[in-house]
Design a protein around this ligand. Structure first.
Ligand code: ATP
Ligand code: MG
Length: 416
């Protein structure tokens, strides 16, 4: 894409009321637009990031046989009353609205109830189980505080997967598999090293649940983590009992304390929702039994903010190649017609090679400004083409996360 045609522009300053680093950088670089605290629009570059994150998650979930769906955000209250999650006393972050005739509706903050209700139509026998379904969907939560930029949205994108098994034993096999799948996802997203499988308090059907916490000063959580064993405990749920329950002694661990961001979590739900909603199957003895459920969340937009927080430097954002909006930032310092033509040709050739290129073809913008924009936007590889490099049929290349600058021939760039 030609940068001269990109409608977003970089900004020197973020909005005065924006305190979080992720939103400040993302707004300044033109990835997102702030509608109000906790509510952000995703602009061309930002949407590319979100889609790339989604695609990695999608590939890993499909790989273990999950099926993608998309449920409604508008929810009728009856099923939430059945599980006692409609009232404000129990769930304090509902956004509510109503139909013209006064019927109360809620904007979903999660989807256990709706999906259990849907599956009543499709599950009747043990032969229908197990299966797993997920969606990428906008969630609405009337969060009290929204000071973490896109990491705590009042409207945000979540991946939520739900599993349906006949019993706890088969559920737990899948649950363990999902831990591995999540680790794979976070590794592909470039934050594997900083992300820890973290024990936290569970629900009635399991004493513990697991969170995936990424180390960052910007986090709202605190974890105790063992760097070598790659495990952690959420500090707020810490107890001596945890060690007894997991058979591993406290002395065996080397815990450090740090702030962290919850990027995902996995829950054993058991029959908590299937029982009150009547999601039943007939077992091999002809008996009616409640389906055994699990739920598995990932904060997709929160992840985008997390990656900015964790990898950015003092010049701007640093995207991992796996989710970058473009792989190459081709920055042209050419202004003479013949040179501009050569720069245009290089862009066209790279495009033909199916390389994802943002081409800074803007005229009348100083070199220093172009470099500053390039650092702020954070594309993994910067390629500078200028009259000076063209004199040797070359370009200057620099990786965003390295300081080394290299001059290579255009031929070499194209044959790489
Ligand atoms: P938190 O404790 O941070 O409020 P949660 O445990 O309530 O999160 P879940 O309901 O389990 O969150 O949602 C699944 C995932 O969605 C979380 O692990 C997190 O990554 C993400 N998430 C939750 N709330 C928000 C939010 N307000 N904005 C962005 N992402 C969120
Ligand atoms: Mg959680």
């Amino acid at each position: 894409m030609k940068q001269s045609q990109l409608f977003t522009k970089t900004r020197k300053e973020a909005p005065a009321d924006e305190v979080s680093k992720n939103a400040q950088l993302l707004i300044r670089a033109g990835y997102i637009y702030k509608e109000m605290p906790g509510v952000y629009s995703f602009l061309p570059l930002g949407l590319r990031i979100m889609e790339n994150i989604k695609q990695i998650i999608r590939e890993e979930l499909n790989n273990v046989g999950s099926q993608e769906i998309s449920m409604t955000a508008l929810q009728t209250k009856e099923k939430w009353e059945a599980t006692n999650r409609w009232s404000d006393e129990v769930v304090d972050n509902w956004f509510r609205t109503q139909l013209k005739n006064g019927t109360e509706l809620g904007l979903a903050f999660t989807h256990e109830e709706p999906i259990a209700e849907i599956m009543k139509q499709y599950v009747s026998s043990y032969k229908d189980l197990p299966f797993f379904a997920y969606q990428f969907q906008t969630k609405f939560r009337n969060e009290l505080r929204a000071k973490s930029g896109i990491m705590r949205g009042r409207e945000f994108l979540m991946k939520d997967l739900y599993s349906f098994h006949t019993n706890e034993e088969t559920h737990l096999e899948f649950y363990e598999l999902m831990k591995e799948v999540y680790i794979k996802i976070f590794t592909r997203l470039g934050i594997g090293e900083q992300t820890f499988l973290t024990m936290s308090n569970g629900q009635p059907f399991s004493k513990y649940s697991f969170e995936f916490q990424t180390l960052s000063e910007a986090g709202e959580d605190t974890i105790l983590y063992d760097e070598k064993k790659k495990v952690a405990i959420n500090k707020q749920d810490y107890s001596e009992e945890i060690f007894t329950d997991f058979g591993f002694k406290k002395e065996d661990f080397d815990f450090k304390e740090a702030r962290s961001i919850e990027v995902g979590d996995i829950y054993t739900l058991g029959t908590k929702y299937s029982e009150p909603l009547g999601l039943l199957y007939t077992n091999q003895d002809g008996k009616q039994v409640s389906v055994f459920m699990g739920s598995y969340g990932i904060g997709v937009s929160r992840l985008m903010g997390t990656i900015v927080e964790v990898l950015a430097d003092d010049k701007g954002i640093v995207w991992p190649e796996s989710i970058a909006p473009f792989q190459i930032h081709l920055v042209s310092l050419c202004s003479e017609e013949a040179d501009v033509k050569k720069a245009d040709e290089l862009y066209e050739t790279l495009k033909k090679q199916n390389k994802e290129v943002l081409y800074d073809d803007r005229q009348g913008v100083r070199a220093g400004e172009k470099f500053a924009d390039s650092d702020l936007i954070g594309i993994p590889l910067r390629v500078i083409i200028s009259p000076k490099t063209l004199a040797n049929d070359s370009v200057e290349v620099k990786k965003r996360n390295e300081t080394k600058v290299e001059i290579i021939t255009i031929d070499k760039l194209l044959n790489n």
